[in-house]
Design a protein around this ligand. Structure first.
Ligand code: DLL
Length: 433
């Protein structure tokens, strides 16, 4: 089912007309209501009337997370506080979080966009959906919650943690959709297996996974462990939360809600726009947000856009799975590498469990990388020679595929930390060295 057929299958020229109209309105509104934008536009020498075509968006300055932080908590909002009906925040690892707000209309739009994501993946009113994202300031749980309700699914707001209980609820309530991060889905499968449950006998059929990067190899592993279809969806608090884009059942890229978000891909170094098909940083301009409209927000997420209409019938631009973040890239002995590339290599190796940790240290001026990899139960026989050979072949493979010179260390099954929310697989000790 296509949730909003008119918009999701719209002709490009018609879409662009709507986008331009909405862009002009947004630019005029932020110029009038948000002092930060008035100053930034004045400094860039651009006025709302200058936006005559969609390409003119390039004349506008970028917005960054730092801009939001500097205007903490409500300085970037375009409506008075009494018009806000919800506040969320994205968990900054250090310092103040990034605060985002919603008017009543923003919440309506948000739940509608998440309903699109659910329908895209194949969710229906018949489904029982267990939301295993943390309820709280994080946008994931509430975002999915209201979209699933809107479509008519039965929502189980399980939140994260208490994994054995999650599995019990899944069995007893007949959960058909699991909503979580990919890493938590994997951990849940492991716990279910330890509880002696045959996961393929459960009614679970579909995963709506997002909020963190995961590779195709990881998807296959989750699909195999749960015997489900695992779909990816993407979003970020600043733009709206989940609901920015999501995969359809064909799993050929995430359809972007372009009637609400204007997307660009830029060269992260120069800020120059890149054509379709090239990897770069995603930049979004909100087209309908009332409380927190953002102009050319730099996501730091790297992806590729594909404008080809999809076999599912939708015409919206698709973005490939996120390849990494500009601030995620490791430079190990002169070789640039993203954690996702390492994950892809590891997951292809026999004997390796889908749990790993990347430990980055500094020796002199050079960064060094140690990769801790869990061995599968059946491989952990204690025969030293075999383990040594496995370690060697992983090292070789990383060397040949990624030219990466890293130290591989095999560790016992179930010895690495498991994650209930976003996985933290990189341990950066460079400042401690
Ligand atoms: O993670 C929103 C969300 C919740 C999306 C639930 C999907 C499902 P933030 O906490 O603000 O918002 O984190 C946003 O998470 O810039 C990406 O780096 C990363 N991210 C989100 N979805 C994906 C995905 C939510 N599908 C940041 N693949 C973004 C890769 C993702 N990375």
């Amino acid at each position: 089912m296509i949730w909003d057929k008119e918009m999701e299958t719209i002709k490009r020229e018609e879409l662009q007309k709507i986008q331009l109209e909405r862009l002009q309105q947004t630019v005029a509104r932020v110029y009038a209501k948000v002092p930060f934008y008035r100053q930034a536009f004045d400094k860039a020498g651009v006025r709302p009337e200058d936006i005559k075509a969609l390409e003119d968006v390039r004349r506008l300055p970028f917005t960054t997370k730092d801009n939001l932080r500097d205007n903490y908590p409500f300085g970037m909002f375009a409506v008075p506080k009494q018009e806000l009906v919800r506040i969320h925040a994205s968990s900054g690892t250090t310092g103040k979080p990034t605060v985002v707000g919603y008017t009543r209309n923003d919440l309506e739009v948000w739940s509608d966009l998440v309903a699109r994501i659910v329908a895209l993946a194949g969710g229906t009113a018949e489904d029982v959906a267990q939301v295993a994202f943390g309820y709280g300031l994080f946008t994931g749980a509430f975002g999915l919650h209201y979209g699933l309700e809107k479509i008519g699914a039965t929502v189980v707001p399980a939140s994260t943690g208490n994994t054995e209980k999650q599995i019990m609820l899944m069995q007893d309530f007949g959960t058909t959709i699991l909503v979580s991060t990919p890493s938590y889905a994997l951990y849940m499968a492991e716990v279910a297996e330890q509880m002696g449950i045959n996961t393929s006998r459960l009614p679970l059929r579909l995963g709506l996974f997002g909020s963190e990067a995961s590779t195709e190899e990881m998807r296959r592993e989750i699909e195999r462990r749960w015997n489900i279809i695992a779909t990816d969806n993407y979003g970020l608090s600043e733009i709206i939360g989940p609901g920015v884009s999501g995969e359809c059942h064909l799993k050929q890229g995430m359809h972007i809600a372009e009637d609400h978000f204007l997307v660009e891909v830029i060269d992260p170094q120069t800020g120059e726009p890149l054509p379709y098909g090239e990897v770069g940083e995603l930049v979004f301009t909100t087209l309908t947000k009332e409380a927190l409209p953002l102009i050319r927000y730099r996501t730091k997420d790297l992806s590729v856009l594909n404008p080809e209409p999809c076999a599912c019938g939708r015409t919206t631009v698709r973005m490939e799975k996120i390849k990494g973040r500009t601030d995620d890239m490791l430079i190990i002995k002169g070789v640039n590498v993203f954690p996702s590339q390492i994950e892809s290599v590891l997951m292809e190796m026999e004997g390796v469990a889908p749990h790993y940790q990347l430990v980055v240290t500094k020796k002199g001026y050079l960064d060094e990388l140690e990769i801790k990899v869990e061995v599968k139960d059946e491989w952990f026989t204690g025969r030293f020679k075999e383990l040594e050979a496995l370690e060697h072949s992983i090292t070789q493979k990383l060397q040949s595929v990624l030219s990466l010179n890293a130290k591989v260390r095999l560790v016992e099954p179930r010895s690495l930390t498991r994650f209930e929310g976003k996985a933290k697989r990189v341990l950066d000790l460079r400042n401690n060295c």
